[in-house]
Design a protein around this ligand. Structure first.
Ligand code: MLC
Ligand code: AMP
Length: 476
């Protein structure tokens, strides 16, 4: 039996994956993915060009069935970041759909075309499944400094987390999940793609967030909706403008938000439009999902639910806790869903743990009277969450400093109704200030478009303390 994806032992004609470019039943997916898996077996790590397409999802499924760790690559990633991901993860091949042109940095890798047409493909025998400690995925995530780190997620961690969430959300093989999340990060990949496949249910990927498409998906049988707060913010506007769409979405069983904080305003807009209270869940790439609001309890605005079954959460006292901060602590996590470490970074892996072996998230929270966790902030000012993406200020500053017109820069996140935080770069130009778009495009092409500043503010100097360190708190 495949312990990670048991539905592939005896695949049925039930729908497994539907993307804007095509769909496959379990029997069809088992055929194309097992055929591909035979070509992956025995490799160290394999990469997938992770567009929001059926082909990318087939590639990921094939890697998991082959027991070979998969590195999902953000297809929008810029040249500098891509070069880092490729050299750090050293994939032995790249899977992509046949008609796509891959960037230069991937040209040296053997390319394996992902076939999504099951016609004429016979299911192949799968290689022996590795144990639960074997790596399943390497997902790149930003830190405060340096390039993104590859978090290694084991098969057992993924299985344990998805089973805990299944308990919290009564998530079964009868559920049809719908979302518009990218499938190269934990949210859209582990929860949003491996999740339904582990349950033996269906995924209906929307491609992009849009109220009409979501309403149609729910009308077509979707029961469960996942999204980042920016998705719900945009959805709220669509649903307020069209009562029929709102009524359709309201027929879903459960709306779930995560990856960043959902504002109370958007929570109530969605509830008013659909009659459904959005359940929040909280997690990190390194820990997978830590807490989740349960389906059988009412949604609690501003709280992210209870620990996922199997996961332990504690709040460590803050060093400078004051009277006002009573009850606040930094979130630490222990349990079977934790990552196995950062690829090639043993010191950073050790540094992420407390002396007694808990993972220190860097988030600050308190318990609510009902026993749920409420996230109130994070320790690092140099981490920005924009649109649900975690972005290190240092990555952007380094990219900007590579531009000849930039003498000094400091990057911060400022509150934004749509993105949660908006990236703003304060720049001291070398001479005449270039058009902001020049610097914005420079960052987008070097690292990734979602890491580009939305705004450049030119200043004559940056506020610094006596040691010469930039005082970001003094930036407007
Ligand atoms: C814009 N674009 C550019 C550009 N400006 N491309 C190149 N150069 C430029 N200068 C492109 C973008 O790539 C994008 O393409 C399109 O134009 C619109 O850009 P955008 O405005 O930046 O996108 P936006 O609509 O703001 O994105 C919002 C969003 C996105 C919500 C869709 O932020 C998103 O997908 N967020 C999900 C993040 C996520 O999954 N996080 C989970 C992390 S795991 P295109 O084609 O992309 O539209 C985690 C753990 C947990 O956190 O708990 O879950
Ligand atoms: P990532 O590294 O992309 O996995 O992002 C993890 C971070 O996202 C966490 O440390 C939190 O700061 C944030 N996060 C995830 N879910 C939530 C949530 N529901 N509410 C607030 N913050 C969240």
């Amino acid at each position: 039996m495949n312990t990670l994806l048991p539905a592939f032992d005896d695949p049925t004609d039930k729908l497994a994956l539907r993307f804007p470019d095509g769909e496959l039943t379990y029997a069809e997916l088992a055929a194309v993915a097992s055929d591909l898996a035979t070509r992956l077996a025995g490799h160290g790590r394999v990469a997938v060009w992770a567009t929001s397409t059926l082909g990318a999802a087939v590639g990921i499924t094939a890697g998991l069935l082959a027991g070979v760790p998969v590195v999902p690559v953000n297809p929008k990633v810029g040249e500098r970041e891509l070069a880092h991901v490729v050299s750090d993860s050293a994939p032995e091949l790249i899977m992509a759909v046949p008609d796509v042109t891959l960037p230069e940095a991937l040209a040296g890798l053997p390319r394996v075309d992902v076939v999504t047409d099951p016609a004429g493909v016979t299911p192949a025998e799968l290689p022996a499944e590795p144990g639960p400690e074997a790596p399943a995925l390497v997902v790149y995530t930003s830190g405060t400094t340096g390039p993104p780190k590859g978090a290694v997620l084991s098969r057992g961690a993924i299985a344990a987390n998805l089973d805990g969430l299944a308990e919290a959300w009564a998530w079964t093989g009868d559920d049809v999940l719908t979302h518009a999340l990218p499938i190269f990060h934990v949210h859209g990949l582990v929860l949003g793609t491996v999740g339904p496949l582990r349950r033996g249910g269906s995924l209906h990927h929307l491609g992009a967030i849009d109220g009409k498409a979501l309403a149609a998906a729910v009308d077509g049988g979707a029961t469960l909706v996942f999204g980042v707060p920016t998705h719900y913010h945009r959805l709220a506007a669509d649903l307020e403008a069209d009562a029929a769409l709102a009524a359709s979405v309201g027929r879903a069983r459960l709306l779930v938000s995560g990856s960043a904080a959902l504002t109370a305003v958007d929570h109530s807009r969605i509830e008013k439009a659909t009659g459904l209270g959005v359940r929040e869940r909280y997690g990190l790439t390194e820990t997978l999902i830590v807490t989740a609001a349960r389906a059988d309890e009412p949604a609690e605005v501003g709280a992210v639910g209870r620990p996922v079954p199997g996961t332990e959460v504690r709040l460590a006292p803050l060093p400078d806790a004051e009277g006002d901060d009573e009850g606040l602590g930094s979130v630490e996590v222990r349990g079977p869903s934790l990552f196995s470490g950062y690829l090639n970074l043993p010191e950073a892996s050790v540094a992420s743990q407390t002396a007694d072996g808990w993972f220190a998230t860097g988030d600050i929270a308190r318990w609510t009277p009902s026993g749920a966790l409420a996230i109130v902030g994070r320790k690092a000012t140099d981490l920005i969450k924009s649109g649900g993406y975690k972005i290190g200020a240092g990555e952007i500053e380094n990219a900007l400093l590579e531009h000849p017109d930039v003498a000094e820069t400091a990057v911060i996140g400022v509150p934004d109704d749509d993105l949660g935080e908006r990236i703003v770069a304060f720049v001291v130009p070398v001479g005449d200030a270039p058009e902001p778009k020049v610097l914005i495009d420079h960052v987008a092409s070097l690292i990734a478009p979602h890491k580009r500043p939305r705004e450049i503010r030119y200043v004559e100097s940056l506020p610094r303390n006596a040691m010469g360190k930039v005082q970001k708190k003094l930036l407007p």
